[in-house]
Write a protein that binds this ligand. Structure first.
Ligand SMILES: [Zn+2]
Length: 291
């Protein structure tokens, strides 16, 4: 089945011209890296305004600032379809990719995988299918077309045993089932207490947090998990990427903390050179025609 996602920026800081290359990068990530592993096909396109989005698309919206707990998955009031909100931060492209990938695997935010609990004393629990949370920190992101995108786990992440030859996340940074990387987290529902639990990892420190009973009126398990994970998100959202990776000026938050007036990088120079070369050829074609 082919799914359709629309990216729209509602902040004047990011115009369509800046959003389109990010959309192209996430589309390439989905087709090349993510789709074959999760058996999902989708189109990812950028649109100028909400009014330009065709009927039947799911929205991922970039906004200036979000009220606490509003980032992540929501359901529309009218047609009950999913949409996601992303805040404009220095590494917003990583979180845009994060929300797109999680929406494609579990649009309703309700899918779980059974497994033995990471909390001692708990039995079998239901892990939420949130493919980017354990590896959400920007230092684990990788680049597509020099745009930073999120690492994600593979379907083998919930395998009962670890195997040496298995890929647990796309970049290979996750080394075993239900492993959580620095700055990441993993959420599960405990059927016995009806509480949502999360394992949070900060460096070598691992903390298991009881988020309480899942409220009856909540939109979905994942919407609840997203809303109580604000501190997690904030802890990594301003984090830097590892040095040595090449980025577009428009997405390189190391050299251009503010998205305005980005300074061209080596990547942009290559891109400009390619455009110049094609421009010159088009000119030669035009001159030859006139001769
Ligand atoms: Zn997530």
């Amino acid at each position: 089945m082919l799914l359709h996602i629309a990216l729209v920026s509602t902040t004047p800081e990011v115009k369509l011209a800046r959003l389109a290359p990010v959309s192209a990068a996430i589309q390439k990530q989905v087709m090349r890296d993510f789709g074959p592993l999760w058996n999902i096909q989708a189109t990812i396109d950028a649109f100028d305004t909400l009014a330009d989005v065709p009927v039947g698309y799911w929205h991922v919206l970039l906004q200036d600032e979000l009220p606490s707990g509003a980032a992540g998955l929501h359901k529309r009031d009218d047609n009950k379809q999913p949409f996601a909100l992303v805040a404009l931060t220095n590494n917003w492209t990583v979180f845009m990719s994060h929300e797109v990938l999680e929406m494609l695997v579990d649009p309703q935010g309700t899918l779980t995988r059974a497994g033995n609990s990471l909390k001692r004393g708990q039995g079998r629990v239901e892990y939420l299918l949130e493919v980017c949370d354990p590896c959400q920190a920007s230092k684990f992101a990788y680049t597509v077309n020099s745009v930073m995108v999120s690492d994600f786990y593979t379907p083998q992440y919930f395998d009962p045993v670890k195997s040496g030859a298995v890929r647990y996340s796309f970049t290979g940074k996750i080394g075993g089932p239900r492993e959580v990387l620095d700055g990441g987290y993993l959420s599960w529902f405990d059927p016995e207490t009806k509480h949502l639990f999360q394992l949070q990892v900060d460096g070598k420190k691992k903390t298991i947090v009881d988020r309480g009973e899942v409220p009856f009126a909540v939109e979905s398990l994942r919407a609840f998990s997203d809303s109580v994970s604000t501190s997690r998100r904030d802890a990594v959202i301003h984090g830097g990427s590892r040095s040595g990776i090449m980025l577009n000026a428009c997405t390189d938050f190391r050299s251009t903390p503010c998205v305005e007036h980005p300074q061209p990088t080596a990547v942009d120079d290559s891109q400009l050179a390619g455009a110049r070369n094609l421009g010159a050829q088009l000119e030669r074609i035009r001159v030859r025609k006139e001769e």
